[in-house]
Design a protein around this ligand. Sequence first.
Ligand code: ATP
Length: 364
Amino acid sequence: MKRIAVIAGDGIGKEVIPQALMVMQAAGADLALTHFDWGADRYLADKITVPPDGFAALARDFDAILVGAFGDPRVPSNIHAKEILLGMRCKMDLYANVRPVRLLDASLCPLKGVEPKDLDFVVIRENTEGVYGDLGGVFKRGTPDEVAIQEDVNTRKGVERIIRYAFEYCASHRKLDDSNVNGSPRQRVLMCDKSNAMTHAGSLWQRVFKEVAAEYPHQIETQHMYVDALCTQMVRDPRGLDVIVTNNMFGDIITDLAAGLQGGLGMAASGNLRPGHASLGQIGMFEPVHGSAPPIAGKNIANPFGAILTAAMMLAHLGMSGEAQKIEAAVLEAVRQKKTTQDIGGTLGTREAGEWVAERVSHR
Ligand code: ATP
């Protein structure tokens, strides 16, 4: 039995997470769920974003966290979302953001002639450093001479551990074939940066990449691309992409581009992990890539497949690969039969799409 903390959060998070839970139950996953009410409603009621000891309790008492989304127009600058999400990533040191990019059906991809076998890569994004640490400041604010400085933090430790995880991931994961079972081994790690313009951080990433690659001499191919060139390649010919490792900001951007290739934000899953923290435990936080999407919230139109595929990713991480594969196969079937929400061409509502997948899963 695995212990799961469930935080549905705000907006469409509250609609898609119940579908993911229903589908995991249909798959027979042996889980003990504990629901947390962290989110905008709680914050507006008592001004608490995360209760004291909240992150420590999550790390201590659970095997994984399943999150919906945070963000609500009623909360100025979404302070609660920042504290909860960035807090989880940084205070629990979930330094590796893992974003599988897989095309379930050719009809979902906006690129001409791209088949599911052509699009099966993963982005490993550094999740705790870079430009998102909010270091910097503003000088002469509000004057014509205003200066804004946003620092880009790259530590030797942070760069090394994310690059090493990318190699470990490559060595231990396979691509998925059409039958969803026996894919070919992953072969190549591509490091993406902008070292021609951002020379100091780039030099560190380049040196560490070469050093870590030398530990896998015959096993894993390496490649380097500037982030702008990689964006072009992603839309012109994503076929050769395998494992991509990059910093926080470039990872943020290229994973949204990647979501577009696989059918939009409603189809994308992610995990936030802290590999190698044996003493602290291997808790992971899993969340669909989309946000709370206020314009479509509460209308039963949000696509629940990103959340459902996220749940499958969580189960695989917890060692329940059989259950995960059942879920992925049922989502694939739903896409092929157009039993989906409108954003990817179907006519079903959020609940109905979730129920269809749960029904299929229970018969597998
Ligand atoms: P946040 O600030 O919380 O990230 P956001 O509205 O800026 O929220 P998203 O929530 O990611 O960004 O959504 C942007 C748009 O993408 C939505 O308004 C919606 O049109 C579309 N979208 C996102 N997720 C889904 C989904 N699951 N199903 C259908 N459409 C979606």
